[in-house]
Design a protein around this ligand. Structure first.
Ligand SMILES: Cc1cc2nc3c(=O)[nH]c(=O)nc-3n(C[C@H](O)[C@H](O)[C@H](O)COP(=O)(O)OP(=O)(O)OC[C@H]3O[C@@H](n4cnc5c(N)ncnc54)[C@H](O)[C@@H]3O)c2cc1C
Length: 655
């Protein structure tokens, strides 16, 4: 069969129409570029839309919230993996970036004394200053701004229901890095292939969390397409082993599987995690990180002590049982994360929702901290150390969840929506500049093999169903490169990928062009296989546990160890699946003295939390009652408390 090929010319192509893509498109258009936005979901329907709508706005509560403070928070919580140039850029631009959303219709509640948005009064875990601004319509408010930016400009065209398949790269012969000359798109709604000639492409295609479906709370389109296309074209990826799993997501019923019901803070002062026998596997849960909670659950599962649903029990009953403070706890539970609690109310039994019974929970993939390796302008970077754009793939830019390097081993709550605009705007501007000054695409040779490969798939009479292969891959990814990994599981993952790649080559695909679901499944499967290989290669290079990367067979990384990022670069292997070569890029370490002080403070908080639990109920109840009153305040509005203290930690909200 021959599917029609339509040719188009633009200065900049933006892949994705969430927060990052829309910001990039708007910035590139403002620089005079002709822009095409390509989006497989309807415009602005993405993780940005389903988010909780909390955004980091530096200085929204205090003038002491300096750029230094914000940049340091990102790096320390990311275990020193984040690139200082990126965290500094984030801190510098976070306020104008937030104002970009406001220009496109975001309407926060305004604090007249500070002439800015009202931030939630308590600092979220890892932020040393309160700076998280909530929004009435949560993520919808942000996606509406994204939609407004894309449809508002005469310089921006868009294609929805359109799958970006591959980057077209010219001049990559004889070991040269090559440069982007456009890309190939499958426009499912029109039933055509669209070959877009453009000197610059911005990847804003979100994460890879669908690799773990159904154990994920993100949109199903997170199939890692941007990472895979970039790697196939020769770009570096960074810290791909760092996937953030939220610990408290549902195991059942099936339609709620993977959805978020709480954060560590939800456990409050007395909540614990228990294994299937009722033995406590983690106490002081409210003071723990997401990664610590996920690791405790997955260690129990690996030891055969997991629940029937492959998780553990989040036991909040001790909080609710106390006669006076129990009421405060229930109010806290209802108000600190309203949407997560709403999900719990819909999915769990009535006694469980009243916290008379424990909740069965399991981690779920939430965010991809790694991604396309970029410099502070969003340009693809390569080479040793921090990398440079000169050694990257010329003409490739990335922003949002598609880029790596800014969050390292752990992303703090409320930082992603801001990051979308910080790096979306930077990447859009840089892409427009590159299109203005760089060479224009000459000739269409780079497109020919891409078009031939895609056309050959339509009407391919194979014996495998790509949708089924996808499910097999997702199951294996959870078991082998999910929230807990071992050297053995990484080897098993490689074997599964080899097998599935071979079978993907025999995928049966009908010959029609219009909305060919099997072709879409095949294209996404190919990307998922490539990113699974990238995660596995990076996880093997990272031979100790840090942040989102938990090795059951290896120790936690020492605070005295030299931090490094993993950098992987692909080259085509048999069956078209990439093989990745992994190297380390060293990062500066936060001085050991400062880290030691942080560790000691943390140990002191945990000791205090333990001591509290040992008090008899008669003494404990009034103490906790006072604490809940302080947290909730007279009108359920929490007052300012010392960030980092136990009372601040318990009120951390999710993002
Ligand atoms: C439940 C939930 C709650 C969250 N809450 C918060 C919060 O309160 N605060 C916060 O800061 N962060 C939050 N996050 C994280 C945050 O929402 C996301 O990280 C962020 O919005 C990602 O933006 P993005 O533009 O990078 O990607 P997305 O918004 O996911 O957009 C990706 C775009 O790429 C498109 N795309 C992908 N592949 C292709 C392809 N091959 N061809 C064409 N188009 C493609 C998609 O269709 C989509 O348009 C939350 C996430 C979830 C899942």
């Amino acid at each position: 069969m021959t599917i029609d090929v339509e040719w188009r010319d633009y200065d900049v192509v933006v892949v994705g129409s969430g927060g990052a893509g829309s910001a990039a498109a708007d910035a590139a258009a403002a620089e005079g570029a002709r822009v095409l936005v390509v989006s497989k979901d309807p415009i602005a329907c993405s993780d940005t839309k389903i988010s909780e709508g909390n955004a980091t706005v530096r200085g929204s509560v205090s003038d002491a919230d300096t750029e230094r403070a914000l940049s340091d928070n990102l790096r320390v919580s990311g275990a020193d993996l984040p690139l200082p140039a990126l965290t500094d850029a984030y801190a510098r631009d976070s306020r104008p970036a937030y104002d970009w959303y406001r220009t496109h219709g975001l309407r926060p509640k305004i604090n007249p004394t500070r002439q800015g948005p009202f931030a939630r009064p308590l600092a979220k875990g890892g932020h040393t200053v309160a700076r998280s601004v909530g929004h009435k319509n949560a993520g919808v408010a942000f996606s509406h701004a994204a939609w407004d930016a894309v449809i508002d400009s005469a310089r921006i065209d868009y294609l929805e229901d359109a799958w970006f398949l591959d980057l077209a790269v010219a001049g990559a012969e004889d070991g040269a890095a090559g440069r982007v000359v456009g890309g190939l798109v499958y426009h499912a709604a029109a039933g055509t292939l669209v070959a877009v000639r453009a000197p610059a492409v911005v990847m804003a295609s979100g994460g890879l969390n669908t690799l773990y479906f159904p154990k994920t709370d993100t949109m199903r389109g997170n199939t890692g397409d941007g990472y895979a296309a970039a790697a196939r074209a020769g770009a570096d990826l960074v810290d791909m082993e760092q996937v953030q799993f939220l610990p408290f997501c549902l195991t059942a019923p099936a339609s709620y599987e993977g959805l978020l019901v709480g954060e560590p803070s939800t456990a409050s002062f007395l909540g614990v995690l228990r294994d299937r026998h009722g033995t406590v596997i983690l106490d002081g849960v409210y003071l723990r990180t997401r990664a610590e909670c996920s690791a405790a659950i997955m260690r129990a599962v690996a030891d055969g002590r997991g629940t029937d649903g492959g998780g553990a029990y989040l036991d909040l009953t001790a909080n609710a049982r106390l006669p006076r403070s129990g009421k405060g706890f229930m109010r806290y539970l209802e108000t600190s994360m309203p949407s997560a609690y709403r999900t719990a109310r819909q999915a769990l039994s009535k006694p469980a929702v009243r916290c008379e019974e424990p909740w069965e929970v399991r981690p779920a993939a939430h965010y991809t901290m790694g991604g396309i390796r970029v410099d502070a302008t969003g340009a693809s970077a390569g080479g040793p150390g921090d990398g440079t754009a000169a050694a990257g793939l010329a003409g490739l830019f990335a922003a949002g969840q598609a880029m790596g390097g800014v969050f390292g081993a752990n992303r703090l709550g409320s930082t992603a929506l801001t990051e979308n605009a910080v790096f979306g705007l930077r990447a859009g501007r840089a892409a427009a500049g590159h299109a203005r000054t760089g060479p224009r695409p000459a000739g269409d040779e780079a497109f020919r093999p891409l078009i031939a490969a895609a056309v050959a798939r339509f009407g391919y009479g194979g014996d495998q169903a790509p949708a089924h292969l996808k499910l097999e891959l997702q199951r294996a990814a959870w078991d082998c490169i999910g929230p807990a990994r071992t050297a053995d599981s990484l080897d098993r993952m490689d074997a599964v990928i080899d097998d599935l790649a071979a079978r993907a080559g025999r995928a049966a695909i009908p010959d029609y062009g219009l909305w060919n679901q099997a072709f879409i499944e095949w294209a996404e499967l190919r990307n998922l296989l490539d990113v699974a290989r990238a995660v596995t290669a990076a996880a093997r290079e990272r031979d100790a546990s840090v942040g989102g990367h938990v090795r059951l067979d290896r120790p936690q990384v020492s605070i005295l160890a030299q931090p490094y990022s993993t950098v992987v670069r692909g080259r085509a292997g048999n069956g078209g699946v990439l093989r990745f070569h992994a190297v380390r890029a060293h990062r500066p370490r936060t001085p050991a003295g400062r880290l030691l002080v942080m560790r000691l403070k943390d140990a002191w908080r945990k000791a205090q939390a333990k001591a509290l639990c040992l008090l008899p109920p008669g003494l404990l109840d009034p103490i906790l009652d006072r604490r809940y009153r302080a947290i909730l305040g007279p009108a359920d509005a929490a007052p300012a408390v010392s960030p980092g203290g136990p009372r601040a930690a318990v009120a951390d909200a999710a993002d």
